[in-house]
Design a protein around this ligand. Structure first.
Ligand code: B3K
Ligand code: ZN
Length: 891
């Protein structure tokens, strides 16, 4: 752990490196406690750097064994070495070679950054600053080098040796017998210059599956996925997703794979989802392994998305990388946008959009509304690992999507082509990226770029009025944004608002506008209004009867929309809007209003309310979307408790929200019982499992129907769930049934949980689902249950997936118990954070971010949350990761 007090890094201080490293030759002798790394770096002064500057290489807890400059030892005074830095005071001003030997202990690496062990395998994670835990280096993304990596290991312990690029040599080491062990080696060469964060190395006794992909120019690429022995079959879907991703990037973006080999390794100890190392992606096994009986449809969809995401990084991230970490969204936002588009093409575009927007609202909106809000392109950071956020990823993707909506599909593709052509092989900035689109579209995108530089979710308020005499329909739009940390004033954003007018009988009203408040012909033709001023009025003409405005279709901008629209009009939109996203949105808006009213009632000691008209609208939605079960399932899923908390925005009482939601679900479940039962029976599984979107959609609707039915009729619903639980052939059906059973207190629940564990005890990823279900039970006994589960042999604080499934799910997915009125939830989570900070600060900091919305809670809870955070802040020797989160949360 670092001992110095971390200083903030500022974008304004960026300057190019003083030296460049053209080639890196690594010789790694794997050993579980004493791995030797010999790095030979070919350095030269950077023409853009300061001539004669000292050479300062980054390290993190390193022990240097030997250091040679052009083959010779350095005189004292010419070199200073600490565990965290290596300085040559007066390095040569022409090319020179620096050889550094370090010894590292992968078994002691609990932070899972740098070289560490997962099970019996050796693996690496270098992004953002993990390479400096392997050797001293210019560990920054704008220093691009060609790597040759020789790995040596015991043949028995690590028969598989992988690194970036192509394998150029391998062999046995003769006479290597050391206590009877045999050693072997492999040499990998990656011809593409890359930053150190994309370096990877894996050694282990792993099983694998192999396939090939022929690129559009006819090159054959060998594909491999490496997994724990015995799990090979579970990697088949990931391989299929990989091949589809490779083909899609060729057609959608003209991007072809560039090496002869593409390997993926799945490991069970991993801080995040996966990592895009050049030619050697390393994955959390959760995003690789799937069989129908172990993985849900959601897991399959996530595997497809993450495999695609990491693969797409090969161009957006690897071939063109980031100049500095402030530009993180250049690769992440763009690559999320690309994986969203891929999933939309592979599945249902509307349903994917709904799912993506749900994620954005659940994860990014609260971040942007709280103390951890930051710009998509930040100006300063204390710990870069804390910036792998929903804002960088999801909002970053939304900005790209808006850009596409604004300039249109063709110019967007032209802009991307120009970006790839112009910047291939370089480390880039957001400005240079945006300039490509400005150039091809001939538009000034300066104001649009504010999306990168102003945090917070803008609010768009829309008022409409109809004048029957003039047959005009007037739309008044207003944008505003609340202050966020460090930003009191916000300049207007460019907000593309896709819209349509829905006539009284559901017909589409043609968009015409010819008054002084006119929309431009281009806006009318495309149905996209640009709101780039604080207010704008648009008058539509020739409107025969009063229409309903369907605004922000497809969620065309990441804003909050407040629209003057009646409940009857919302119901009309649920039935008739030609934009599926807005059909779903209208139902969500209706439910949200209902729930907000209900929360008020509960808090003033009255009964929560329901609404028959809404039930009737849902009934019609089930009937009329009979051919789109995936969509109908989304309509039936009410806003989450966190959604309601966010809408309230202040004085939040999670218990009242929970009661309101329970009452509404129960009422809807009773009102819709016949059609829910009928839907449930109609969609019973037929034939073998297939993970495709259509089949998954049928299962999703069946699950939603069971869930709502059981909310209204717990006894009957429980019986159905039990039957499903006992006969389920897929994890999707099994866990859906267990979810219903888990929400009813009693013996049946405990028995079902027990049975589930016994069935799946051998599969850690399935046991994670068991942890999640229990951690999210919304009743007072849950904290005690979670604490008890921490003693369970299947739980381990050393494994990030386990921590996220039990403690993370409790903190982020159990609104009432994490926010329990006695502060017990806060106390528990902060205790874990403090403990975990010693071993894995990244995971600890992530967990602590669950407090991001503490300021919107009602006063008593807010005070308890603040006290818990203050206790963390007072701990000595906090990691920069946790210190940064706690300080920003309290600021
Ligand atoms: N680039 C990695 C994330 C690295 C996180 C470092 N703390 C995965 C991804 O976004 O594809
Ligand atoms: Zn990424």
């Amino acid at each position: 752990m670092r001992t110095d007090v971390a200083q903030p890094v500022r974008l304004a201080d960026y300057r190019p490196a003083d030296y460049l490293i053209d080639t890196v030759a690594l010789d790694v002798k794997l050993h579980d406690t004493a791995t030797l790394v010999r790095a030979t770096l070919a350095l030269r002064p950077n023409p853009l750097g300061r001539a004669g500057a000292p050479l300062v290489l980054d390290g993190d807890g390193l022990t240097a064994k030997t250091i040679l400059l052009d083959g010779k030892e350095l005189a004292p005074g010419a070199i200073f070495v600490t565990p965290d830095q290596l300085t040559l005071t007066a390095p040569p001003q022409q090319p020179f070679l620096l050889e550094i030997e370090t010894e590292i202990n992968p078994s002691a690496n609990t932070r899972l950054m740098g070289l560490y062990r997962s099970g019996s395998a050796y693996c690496t994670q270098c992004e953002a600053e993990g390479f400096r835990r392997i050797t001293y280096f210019l560990d920054r993304p704008d220093v691009l080098s060609v790597y040759t990596t020789r790995i040596e290991a015991d043949t028995g312990e690590a028969p598989v040796l992988l690194s970036n690029g192509n394998k150029v040599e391998e062999g046995k080491i003769e006479g290597s017998s050391n206590e009877g062990t045999r050693r072997h080696f492999a040499v990998w060469h990656d011809p593409f210059p890359k930053p150190s964060y994309l370096f990877a190395l894996v050694g282990g006794d792993l099983g694998s599956i192999h396939d090939t992909f022929t690129t559009m120019s006819g090159r054959k690429v060998a594909l491999g996925i490496y997994v724990e022995h015995g799990k090979e079959k579970s990697a088949a879907y990931a391989m299929d997703a990989l091949k589809r991703s490779m083909a899609w990037d060729e057609t959608a973006f003209g991007r072809e794979y560039d090496l002869d080999i593409f390997n993926i390794v799945a490991v069970s100890d991993f801080n995040m989802g996966a990592m895009e190392n050049k030619g050697l992606n390393v994955f959390n096994d959760k995003y690789v392994l799937a069989l129908p009986e172990t993985a849900t449809d959601t897991d399959y969809a996530q595997i497809e998305a993450v495999i695609a995401h990491e693969y797409f990084h090969n161009w957006t991230g690897n071939r063109i990388t980031c100049r500095d970490w402030f530009q993180l969204c250049l690769k992440e936002g763009l690559t999320v946008f690309r994986d969203h588009e891929f999933s939309a093409d592979q599945r249902s575009r509307a349903v994917r959009r709904i799912a993506d927007v749900r994620t954005l609202r659940a994860a990014q909106f609260p971040e942007d509304a709280g103390p951890l809000a930051h710009n998509v392109r930040p100006d300063t950071y204390l710990e870069i690992n804390n910036f792998y956020t929903a804002t960088i990823y999801e909002k970053g993707a939304e900005i790209i999507r808006m850009l596409k909506v604004l300039i249109g599909d063709d110019l967007f593709r032209k802009g991307m082509d120009l970006y790839f052509d112009r910047y291939d092989g370089t480390a880039q900035t957001i400005e240079n990226f945006i300039a490509c689109f400005a150039e091809v579209s001939n538009r000034d995108l300066t104001q649009f770029s504010r999306w990168y530089h102003q945090a917070g979710t803008p609010l768009v308020e829309a008022q409409t009025s109809y004048d029957p005499a003039k047959r005009t329909f007037t739309l008044d739009l207003k944008q505003s944004a609340k202050p966020t940390p460090g930003q009191d004033h916000k300049d207007p954003f460019v907000i593309p608002i896709e819209l349509g007018l829905v006539g009284a009988d559901g017909e589409t009203v043609a968009l015409q506008s010819a008054t002084e408040d006119a929309a431009t012909p281009e806006e009318l033709a495309r149905g996209v209004i640009e709101l780039s001023t604080p207010q704008r009025r648009i008058t539509f003409t020739n409107v025969a009867t009063k229409p309903v405005a369907s605004l922000l279709r497809g969620f065309s901008a990441p804003v909050r929309l407040s629209q003057s629209v009646s409940e009857e009009e919302l119901i009309a939109l649920v039935a008739h809007d030609s934009d599926s996203f807005n059909r779903w949105q209208a139902a969500q808006t209706y439910a949200t209003r209902l729930l907000l009213r209900s929360v008020d009632l509960v808090r003033s000691g009255k009964q929560a309310c329901a609404d028959e008209a809404f039930g009737a609208a849902l009934h019609r939605a089930i009937d009329s979307n009979i051919n789109d079960p995936a969509f109908t399932a989304q309509v039936l899923s009410l806003p989450s408790e966190a959604d309601i908390a966010r809408e309230l925005g202040e004085n939040v009482d999670p218990d009242a929200i929970h009661v309101a939601k329970d009452v509404l679900r129960a009422a809807l479940g009773r009102q819709l019982a016949p059609i829910l039962l009928q839907t449930y029976e109609r969609l019973a599984p037929v034939g073998p499992y297939s993970p495709d979107a259509a089949a998954a959609g049928r299962r999703a609707l069946r699950t939603a129907a069971l869930d709502l039915y059981a909310a209204g009729s717990p006894a009957d619903g429980g019986a159905l769930a039990l039957r499903q639980f006992e006969t389920a052939e897929t994890m999707t059906d099994e866990i859906a049934a267990l979810g219903v059973l888990t929400h009813v207190r009693g013996e049946a629940r405990e028995q079902a949980l027990d049975t589930f564990y016994k069935r799946h005890a051998a599969d850690a990823l399935v046991v994670d689902k068991w942890f999640i279900l229990q951690a999210t039970i919304p009743e007072p006994g849950t904290l005690a249950r979670v604490k008890k589960l921490m003693e369970h042999p299947a739980f381990s604080l050393a494994n990030p997936n386990r921590v996220r499934s039990l403690v993370g799910a409790f903190a982020a997915g159990n609104q009432t118990q994490f926010n329990a009125a006695d502060g017990s939830g806060y106390h528990f989570v902060t205790e874990i954070v403090i403990g975990l900070d010693h071993t894995n600060p990244q995971v600890a900091a992530r967990l602590l971010a669950a407090f991001k919305s503490w300021r919107v809670l009602e006063a008593k809870r807010a005070a308890l949350a603040e006290a818990a955070l203050r206790r963390v802040a007072q701990v000595n020797d906090l990691s920069p990761d946790v210190k940064d989160i706690v300080e920003r949360s309290l600021a």
